[in-house]
Write a protein that binds this ligand. Structure first.
Ligand code: ZN
Length: 112
């Protein structure tokens, strides 16, 4: 059985001690099941279940009230995803037509 290289110094000389993997070169210890979770890419999906990427054009799939404002983003309002941020909601840092930059929840948009 071979182990993945050390995530810290990339040494190949990894050995296992119970549930931990240990690197003898930099003394880094880690749980291999933790590192599997880290490799899983973070993804967000729109209201149709389509994967969203930075740079995608989206439209609002419903009217959205903007917090702390009387402004409403009408359904169909266009936006461009500038950044995707890992989180429970408001994952999309968007530039919204006519409204500027704001954070929007992925399930309230659909890919244009
Ligand atoms: Zn190491």
């Amino acid at each position: 059985m071979s182990f993945p290289p050390c995530p810290q110094c990339h040494s190949q000389f990894i050995y296992q001690d119970q549930s931990l993997l240990i690197c003898p070169e930099c003394a880094h210890e880690w749980n291999p099941s933790d590192s599997i979770d880290e490799e899983k890419p973070f993804t967000v999906k729109d209201s149709n279940g389509t994967l969203l990427n930075e740079g995608d054009k989206v439209t609002m799939s419903k009217d959205l009230k903007i917090k702390a404002s009387s402004q409403v983003l009408k359904v169909g309002t266009k936006a461009v995803i500038r950044r995707i941020i890992e989180g429970k909601d408001h994952q999309l840092d968007c530039k919204v037509d006519g409204a500027g930059e704001m954070m929007i929840t992925a399930k309230f948009v659909k890919k244009a």
